[in-house]
Design a protein around this ligand. Structure first.
Ligand code: SF4
Length: 441
């Protein structure tokens, strides 16, 4: 048997991490070896993102760079996967012959066989819109270097069709996985020593709606069942949609202390007119009232959000309503972005685009407001003791490990690498808007 090696690069969201972990599990079970880097690999797998134009440009430039090496030795070959592959993979494969496999999220189940064939016979595999969707990879996910935390995708695709978003076109219609499949995967992970699982979907709160049109209670019930699995000390979920988040989820979170009180609830805009233009299906008041209910039910919770500035037609006054929303709700963290037009979405064709320089100005202003709020919230944690799951070496600072509180705050502590994967108590000794510093107690 010829030795085959791979290296996986994630450019994108947690769902790509999950797809990468499933592919890793399957390739390892077929006898492939995971290389330490791109240079030592026969195949480099790119899991890409289409949400923002810049992410696609970056991936395309990285893919282009492989040409030099490939022309010399016909190695490494590339597998281009993820949303960008679904959108423009076949076009890129025509341009770059070193792309041996390209397949979007609906076709990832075909990738392991395609990679085998590409190395054994040189056959290329280019999935496009005509290619029949395949069953997903059934092998249990295997993380790289992080054996105590894992993701599980509970639903693929999205039916919300927000006016700016490419996801429904590249990931397809909303499709929930059977609860027994999710639970079997969670049990297998727990048996292998995973202590923290994050349940993933573009809109987890709608879980089960595609079974019979009624999602009531379904995600709450799944969350409850996963959290009851022995050995799972932490269960998280992302992402929520404000119009589908129901109070029964809060009831389960209150009853189950191992469900982390950390909720990412994208608002996307602070003004009702922009929310309508975005097709978000809730008003500012409804959103505010939901955040208040979350905080009343879970006083120790951390609520984070996502928001886009400079959506087409957004006036200065409408933008200011995003600023006042941040000031009113004081999120723990906000993922903000300047609007990025994506071909094929309704918003990209609107004639009233906000000039890029104005989008950039609004982004800087909003980020400044949020940084101050996050700074104050994090400073209020100094002196308190939290349980943290120690994780991996901090990107900067020798001897520092990065851990996370149940509310998903990053805490940097001085600790030996052997402690990674363990729960420890840490006293917070310092803070910034982005993370906390602490010491083990
Ligand atoms: S809810 Fe809206 S923003 Fe989120 S994935 Fe679906 S269409 Fe995109």
């Amino acid at each position: 048997m010829i030795e085959k090696s791979f290296f996986i690069r994630i450019i994108g969201c947690q769902m790509n991490v999950y797809d990468g972990d499933k592919l890793r599990g399957e390739l390892l079970s077929r006898g492939w070896r995971e290389a330490d880097g791109e240079d030592g690999a026969d195949f480099v797998v790119f899991l890409t993102c289409s949400v923002r134009e810049r992410a696609e440009q970056k991936a395309a430039s990285e893919i282009g760079k492989f040409g030099k090496k490939w022309k010399k030795s016909r190695s490494p070959r590339l597998a281009l996967l993820g949303c960008m592959a679904a959108r423009i993979g076949s076009g890129l494969a025509r341009k770059f012959p070193w792309i041996a496999v390209t397949a979007g999220p609906a076709h990832i189940g075909l990738v392991p066989d395609a990679m085998d064939r590409a190395l054994e016979t040189g056959e290329r595999f280019i999935a496009d819109r005509e290619t029949q969707a395949a069953d997903p990879i059934s092998c249990a996910p295997r993380g790289r270097g992080n054996p105590h935390k894992a993701y599980i995708t509970v639903a693929n695709g999205c039916d919300q069709f927000c006016a700016y978003c490419i996801v429904p076109y590249v990931r397809g219609r909303f499709a929930s996985r059977a609860p027994e499949d999710v639970l079997a995967e969670a049990r297998a992970l727990a048996r292998n020593g995973v202590v923290e699982i994050t349940l993933l979907g573009q809109n987890v709160d709608a879980y089960g709606r595609d079974f019979d049109g009624d999602a009531r209670g379904r995600f709450a019930s799944l969350l409850n069942d996963v959290s009851a699995i022995g050995g799972l000390r932490r269960v998280r979920f992302a992402t929520s949609h404000p119009s589908d988040f129901t109070d029964d989820i809060l009831d389960v979170m209150r009853d189950r202390p191992n469900i982390c009180p950390s909720i990412n609830l994208p608002v996307q805009a602070g003004s009702n007119s922009v929310l309508r233009g975005m097709n978000r299906r809730y008003t500012r008041d409804e959103y505010v009232s939901l955040v208040r209910r979350i905080r009343a039910a879970l006083p120790e919770s951390a609520v984070t959000t996502d928001l886009i500035v400079g959506f087409p037609g957004e006036t200065e006054e409408e933008f200011e309503q995003s600023v006042t929303l941040f000031e009113e709700l004081r999120f723990d963290l906000a993922h903000t972005a300047a609007y990025s037009p994506r071909d094929g979405t309704p918003a990209a064709n609107r004639p009233d685009q906000v000039p890029p320089v104005e989008r950039a100005r609004r982004l800087v202003r909003l980020n400044g407001v949020q940084a101050e709020i996050s700074r104050e919230i994090n400073a209020s944690m100094v002196g308190r003791i939290y349980e943290v799951l120690l994780d991996e070496p901090a990107p900067r600072g020798e001897g520092l490990l990065q851990g996370r509180t149940a509310t998903d705050k990053v805490v940097l502590v001085r600790a030996p690498l052997e402690m990674a994967g363990t729960f420890r108590e840490a006293r917070v000794t310092g803070s910034s808007p982005w993370c906390l510093e602490g010491e083990l107690v």
